[in-house]
Ligand binder design. Structure first.
Ligand code: SAM
Length: 293
């Protein structure tokens, strides 16, 4: 099977299988071989690697991954694409296609079954409608991951790298930077895809820290606090935190916590660094523990 990464081959497969790109699944198929090479090179994939691909589509990136990697696991939600993948990937005996939703997969079990529990590399042209839940699942899962090299909407890649004080800084920026070092690999214009998305795209590589620079003592509380603080950006943190009832943080305690980390009671979440969020979460964690009956 010839490479799919060009407009003519992609259209041929689409016509052969009477496919129409499903918007509900975020289907934009890559046709740009330079971008595909950049993904494989940036992920530094070798025959020792087991790569998890999210959303193989018609198999365009999968072909590149299969040539570079020892094994590729490709999880595709669209059942109509499974017979297509059997055809386009028929020459590769190191690809396992899994029919299902990536959000339902036990990634640790996949690493255990296919890679003896060793770290996976993640590579994908992600479906843009669920980029954040997928990236959060990968980062929060505690699964051994070597690197995550993914195509995302440019604006989302920007958000992943924003620092405190910027308007785009939010819960995704904090989560990504808590777990990993983000690095932009390349920008892909809409013409790199069929059909063309209405936005520019970016390949970004997230390399999880071997030792995290900042560690919150209660990570669940840390992320609950971060989410609460960015859920209503215009509100002060004191109001956002006390409104999030499941946190059990009163206005008084929220204000005390902010002052304890050297911030004012009128501060907004976008001003706090990852380190300050962790310090605040640690303060609340101790205070809530002490107040337990
Ligand atoms: N990898 C292909 C390429 O680069 O040409 C297709 C990328 S397309 C942007 C996203 C792919 O993810 C589609 O094949 C879509 O069906 C699949 N997808 C969407 N949601 C998914 C989910 N929750 N789990 C697994 N695959 C999903």
């Amino acid at each position: 099977m010839a490479y799919l990464a060009n407009p003519a081959r992609t259209k041929e497969v689409i016509n052969k299988y009477h496919l129409s790109a499903q918007k509900k699944f975020g289907q934009n198929f890559l046709i740009d071989s330079n971008v595909l090479d950049s993904i494989v090179d940036a992920a530094a994939i070798t025959k020792n690697d087991c790569v998890l691909e999210i959303g193989p589509g018609i198999g365009t990136l999968t072909q590149y991954l299969a040539e570079a990697a020892g094994r590729v696991l490709a999880v595709e939600i669209d059942r109509k694409l499974i017979p297509v993948l059997e055809d386009t990937l028929s020459e590769y005996d190191n690809v396992t296609v899994i029919s299902g939703d990536i959000l339902d997969q036990d990634i640790k079990a996949l690493a255990d079954k296919y890679n003896e529990g060793r770290p996976l590399k993640i590579a994908a042209n992600l479906p843009y409608y669920i980029t954040t839940p997928i990236v959060m699942k990968l980062l929060e899962s505690g699964v051994p991951i070597d690197s995550i090299t993914v195509m995302v909407q440019k604006e989302v890649a920007d958000r992943m790298q924003e620092r405190e004080g910027s308007r785009e800084y939010g819960a995704l920026s904090v989560a990504v930077q808590y777990y990993a070092e983000p690095e932009v690999i390349c920008i892909a214009p809409p013409s790199s895809f069929i059909p063309q998305p209405g936005v520019d795209s970016t390949v970004i590589k997230l390399t999880p820290y071997s030792t995290k620079p900042v560690v919150a003592r209660d990570e669940a509380l840390f992320f609950a606090i971060v989410k609460a603080c960015f859920s209503q950006r215009r509100k002060t943190m004191v109001n956002s935190l006390s409104n999030a009832q499941d946190l059990g943080i009163s206005k008084e305690l929220a204000g005390e916590g902010l002052e304890a980390i050297g911030r004012s009671r009128t501060e907004r979440g976008e001003k706090l660094s990852v380190k300050e969020f962790a310090a605040l979460a640690d303060y609340f964690s101790c205070a809530l523990e002490q107040r337990k009956p």
